[in-house]
Design a protein. Sequence first.
Length: 267
Amino acid sequence: MLESIRGLPDQVLSAIAALEQRVVAADGGRLKLEWGRLRSRSGDRVEDFLWWDGDRLVGFAGLYGFGDTVEVAGMVDPAYRGRGIGSALLSAVLGTASPVLLIVPRASGAGRRLAVRRGGVLDHSEHVMELRGDPVPGPSDPRVTVRPAEPADLPAVSALLTEGFGQPLADLDTRLDTFRVVERAGAVVGTLNVVSRDDRTDVYGFVVSAPYRGQGIGRQVLRSVCASAGTPVVGLEVAVGNDHALGLYTSLGFVPTLTEDYYAIRA
């Protein structure tokens, strides 16, 4: 049975986590569910779609807004595939937002077939990279520091995200607690979103302002964040073809683990 939901109570978050474990155990890899955002849903609008078999969650799709762009990540219990659940969830999503970018792990034949069947067109692809263990050491500039973002940083973080990605994040004011601010000699020069869960930390939305690029700040900040993450795995994403960022991440010890394709789909 399909359920559209505003906000995610703890028992639903637990059900999503259990479903994620079953899917990853069967398929390997990882799912881009962005747990920091799932935990901080505002409840003001429908952003998540659930498919239940009794009290067992067997399908999920979540919306993730980035300015005018809406990404969709979802999953179906391996034991319930081939029953149209994924297609029904996507239809529900498209009834709420259109167009969307459906995130499909490249190894997922079923996901790719669903995207193509619904008229999806490949928009872009990203490599998922992981660091296991300590980052490669290197020099450190004492003027560069990283600290948790505060409410007063909201305008600066929003401006940096717009500079780096062309648009700010939706509901940034409710999600600022997972962001870090990068300063150089007291001036805000960058930001990144750091989300830890269980044995993994993921880094999103890393931006260094243009006048400060090429000075080793990005490498130093990532090295610091990875060293202090407190989890055995740190993950991040890089657009296929972004050789500069790929070189930066590999120099710190990150290795590509999988590729995700983003399909543009309209209602």
